[in-house]
Design a protein around this ligand. Structure first.
Ligand SMILES: NC(=O)c1ccc[n+]([C@@H]2O[C@H](COP(=O)([O-])OP(=O)(O)OC[C@H]3O[C@@H](n4cnc5c(N)ncnc54)[C@H](O)[C@@H]3O)[C@@H](O)[C@H]2O)c1
Length: 330
């Protein structure tokens, strides 16, 4: 019986560079667009008696011969116990036999595959010479998004805003040192947005933070934070006026993505969504066509991204002889 590799977060960190994550996520979106991915709806479990929630994302990708499942939690009282506010675990199984292959930390995979998604989208939707980035939110994803964009664009300046002053100042110090570019912490959301070529929203907000009038022609927006019912970061009018609204999965985004609000308010209809990102990557739909277009990418995070990124980790770990091998079954 084959053995299963157990990979800790430290192992995963050594196996998933951002450039490989970008490539993996691009391949996942392409496989999805070609109908070679199966993903049931995200399963959400409320554990409100312990102030917790669990999301289960699962699916398979034929191209990689893998079934993958990620269990991710948010348990918001954990800090009282000295524990992190949630975990994520990914299980990979062989698509042909269902035999288990790997069990790994999913927190780092989620962070990297989400940053990578922003870069894949901006690569086909943002202006090629984009150099000023406005970031709303200064947490984990705010870091990942910029690390990933830095792989694709020659960044000159990042302007960051966060509800928490300490968080944005820390971000500015950390990221400017890490990327060796100017990272300015600004006083308002508007200051982060108005002159930016790419605007990235990465907060758990439940109300609009970015207003339509601040978005100049030619801007690309990566709307990353809204990945659950009720979550919102953009004025829905932005979605109405954008020239191209692109989603990772229409089925997911209409329920848990940024577009949920514009659809609910009747500002747009499903037919107004330009494409799923994979359709652009395989050439069925167009990406950016002029420097004037306002483009928007609504990301909710697909099981396919998790599986593709976890596959990189699995392959690298096997090659390097990392992790702990166990026989799970007799
Ligand atoms: N689309 C995806 O695939 C995907 C993947 C991972 C995370 N996310 C979402 O991205 C968001 C950010 O995730 P993260 O891991 O960076 O979280 P985080 O907790 O590390 O950072 C969030 C930041 O937002 C700030 N913030 C909190 N509430 C705010 C509010 N109401 N208005 C403005 N700022 C606020 C916090 O101060 C913090 O700095 C979450 O909503 C998360 O669910 C999406």
């Amino acid at each position: 019986m084959s053995e299963v590799i157990i990979l800790s977060q430290d192992d995963v960190k050594l196996c998933l560079p951002m450039n490989k994550a970008i490539q993996a996520v691009q391949e996942a979106y392409i496989a999805f667009a070609k109908g070679r991915v199966k993903m049931p709806p995200v399963m959400h479990l409320d554990v409100s008696q312990y102030n917790g929630e669990i999301d289960i994302k699962s699916g398979y990708i034929e191209d990689f011969g893998l079934i993958g499942t990620k269990i991710a939690s948010g348990f918001y009282d954990n800090h009282k116990l000295g524990l992190p506010p949630g975990i994520a675990i990914i299980i990979l199984m062989d698509l042909k036999t269902s035999m288990p292959l790997a069990i790994m930390d999913g927190t780092y995979v989620t962070a990297y595959r989400t940053g990578a998604a922003g870069a894949v989208a901006a690569n086909v939707l943002a202006k090629k010479d984009s150099e000023i980035i406005g970031v709303i939110g200064a947490g984990t994803q705010a870091r990942m998004q910029i690390i990933a964009l830095n792989e694709i664009f020659t960044l000159k300046e990042v302007k960051v805003w966060d509800i928490n002053d300490t968080a944005k100042r820390l971000y500015s110090k950390e990221m400017s040192e890490q990327l060796n570019i100017t990272v300015e912490s600004v006083d308002s959301v508007k200051d982060a947005v108005v002159e930016s070529d790419i605007v990235v929203t990465v907060t758990p907000s439940k109300k609009a933070l970015v207003m339509k009038d601040w978005i100049k022609n030619g801007t690309h927006i990566n709307a990353i934070g809204a990945d659950g019912p009720g979550k919102q970061e953009l004025d829905p009018m932005i979605i109405k006026v954008a020239d191209k609204v692109v989603v990772d999965s229409l089925e997911q985004c209409k329920i848990i993505g940024e577009i949920q609000h514009a659809l609910k308010n009747g500002l747009i209809k499903e037919k107004d969504i330009h494409a799923e990102i994979g359709q652009i990557l395989i050439g069925d739909k167009k990406g950016r066509e002029s420097d004037h277009e306002i483009t928007l990418f609504d990301s909710t995070g697909l099981a396919a991204q998790d599986i593709a990124a976890a596959n990189i980790v699995y392959k690298q770990a096997k090659e390097k002889g990392m992790g702990k091998l166990i026989s799970l079954l007799d």
